[in-house]
Design a protein around this ligand. Structure first.
Ligand SMILES: [Zn+2]
Length: 314
């Protein structure tokens, strides 16, 4: 029986012990003398999105060589395997790692090499989704070109970064090219922005929605009456890549009990359970299973199993 994780950021999931080792390796001063690296990265109690995002500057600084990328990818897949996952979809904005010695294609090769090692050791299947950074149109365009030129090295395309003010329709031409190339699309929507952003994601070819939890705002919960976008998602079985802990840490909901996951499951939506950023949110698959229980989901394991059916790997 396969179990899948569909939404996990490569630069948000380093092992804290590895982060420190790699920092020593390249003499990266902000981390070398840190006593407790997991505390250093933990943003579960942060006040602002800026504070949350600051942690990524440090992980990305450690992802600037082929060897580091390869090791980080291998370990991410190994950690997923150790939590019972058999299909692992990882995502990354590749140009974060491009520098004078590392080309965009070598970034993809390094990540896939790490995944391959884990696949042959553990039998886990891994795939990479490329993220364009939506506040930077040039970046999204470059990632689109890289994706199309390297279709065989990836499993999908996404846009990440600040959702508010950067809705999917800004990138319609780009998404059209991705669709025409036959590449899978998932889009971060309905996290930092509302239902209209989810609708635009659908309009631009998204087969799944990253987060998507604000679809609850298109539902009259008292009377179980669905709006147009919610109806479409339900009828067409569009999977939502739900990340409960991440949503709490970015202050969307104050507790698992107030998170809409259980309501969405009860209404029959295709809900998957994901980690988003394991390092910054100090979470894991097992933790998300527990948090989902607290949120009222009866059998959270079944969400991982159902997710296998939504995976771009299958
Ligand atoms: Zn995400």
């Amino acid at each position: 029986m396969n179990k899948a994780v569909l939404h996990d950021h490569l630069d948000g999931g380093l092992r804290s012990s590895t982060a420190r080792e790699l920092a020593k390796d390249i003499n990266y001063s902000p981390l070398i003398d840190v006593e407790n690296p997991s505390e250093f990265f933990d943003r579960s109690k942060c006040e602002s999105l800026e504070e949350y995002l600051e942690a990524f500057t440090h992980t990305i600084a450690l992802m600037q060589s082929y060897e580091h990328l390869e090791r980080i990818s291998f370990e991410a897949a190994e950690d997923m395997h150790n939590e019972g996952i058999t299909l692992y979809e990882s995502r990354y904005a590749p140009f974060f790692s491009v520098n004078q010695t590392l080309s965009p294609v070598s970034v993809l090769n390094a990540i896939n090499s790490g995944f391959k090692q884990a696949e042959s050791m553990y039998g886990i299947q891994c795939g990479l989704i490329l993220c364009g950074m939506r506040h930077d149109l040039v970046n999204v365009k470059l990632v689109q070109e890289l994706a199309i030129d390297n279709k065989d090295k990836i499993i999908g395309f996404d846009i990440a970064g600040p959702e508010l003010n950067f809705r999917p329709n800004l990138f319609s031409d780009i998404f059209k090219k991705i669709v025409d190339a036959g590449i899978n699309i998932t889009i971060h929507a309905g996290e930092g922005d509302n239902v209209e952003s989810i609708q635009e994601a659908l309009d631009n070819g998204a087969q799944r929605i990253g987060h998507g939890v604000r679809i609850i705002e298109d539902i009259d919960v008292e009377n179980n009456k669905l709006g147009k976008t919610a109806n479409y998602i339900l009828d067409n079985e569009i999977p939502l890549e739900v990340c409960i802990t991440s949503n709490i840490h970015t202050n969307m909901y104050d507790s698992p009990q107030n998170h809409p996951i259980n309501k969405l499951v009860e209404l029959g939506f295709q809900v998957s359970l994901n980690t988003d950023n394991r390092l910054m949110s100090n979470t894991s698959i097992n933790n998300e299973l527990n948090v989902a229980k607290v949120a009222g989901v009866q059998n959270p394991e079944s969400l991982l199993v159902k997710s296998a059916g939504y995976s771009f790997l299958s």
